[in-house]
Design a protein around this ligand. Structure first.
Ligand SMILES: CC(C)(COP(=O)(O)OP(=O)(O)OC[C@H]1O[C@@H](n2cnc3c(N)ncnc32)[C@H](O)[C@@H]1OP(=O)(O)O)[C@@H](O)C(=O)NCCC(=O)NCCS
Length: 195
């Protein structure tokens, strides 16, 4: 469990199905289209799958009310996927808040604490994020976390089809931060997100 000023990041539990259904019945962006939940039954089944995910997949919970307002996750990857001997010290976060909870600084508070946890406790060396070129809130979040823009991949990936059935390709921007850059950031400025 990770605690911040206003939030708790914790593993999902079976009582979270209703809250998760609330924000996943209409995923806000195409990259989460495959996570769409069509019913409470699907939400309950999804939560069962998440049971046991204790280290890398967290519900973002309001301390005051206990409501699950979103989620954040990232799993260890090898920097070079072809080098099977390398250490899985690279992470790519997925972050999402329900509509009603955006624009209140919760994503930054959660992501800041999550990055700190990955760098300090999970041996992260590099964290990178993909975000579509029209997803300005996510790009802004990357920048606030001190991530560098590494490049833009044109027509990189498709999550949904066009009306004529052809894949709709998205332009994807990559941001990243290294552990040493994170430590520099932390030394350079006070952050009052953490407890
Ligand atoms: C991407 C996403 C997580 C960003 O969430 P967010 O709420 O916009 O991000 P932040 O936590 O940084 O908060 C944004 C604003 O809240 C404001 N805010 C309001 N009250 C605040 C408070 N008490 N403390 C801090 N900030 C506060 C901040 O000023 C900030 O605006 P700024 O960046 O212009 O300064 C969110 O838009 C989302 O879930 N989108 C749908 C899913 C998605 O796109 N995921 C990423 C796929 S690549």
């Amino acid at each position: 469990m990770i605690e911040t000023k206003r939030l708790i990041l914790r593993p999902f539990s079976k009582n979270d199905a209703k809250d998760v259904y609330e924000y996943l019945k209409e995923p806000a962006v195409n990259c989460f289209a495959s996570m769409k939940l069509h019913s409470m039954e699907e939400a309950e089944a999804e939560i069962k799958k998440r049971a046991g995910e204790t280290a890398y997949y967290f519900a973002i919970v309001l301390k005051d009310t206990g409501k699950v307002i979103g989620e954040i996750s990232a799993y260890p990857e090898r920097g070079d996927v072809h080098d099977t001997t390398s250490v899985p010290d690279t992470f790519s976060p997925c972050w999402m808040l329900g509509d009603a909870y955006q624009g209140k600084g919760y994503a930054y508070e959660a992501a800041y604490a999550f990055f700190d946890y990955l760098f300090r406790e999970k041996s992260a060396r590099r964290i990178y994020a993909y975000t579509e070129d029209d997803n300005f809130p996510s790009q802004k979040l990357c920048k606030k976390l001190g991530m560098r823009k590494e490049g833009t991949f044109l027509e990189f990936v498709s999550f949904v089809n066009n009306p004529d059935g052809t894949p709709r390709y998205e332009n994807t921007i990559q941001y990243a931060i290294l552990k040493k850059e994170w430590e520099g950031e932390k030394n350079g400025k006070q952050n009052n997100c953490l407890v």
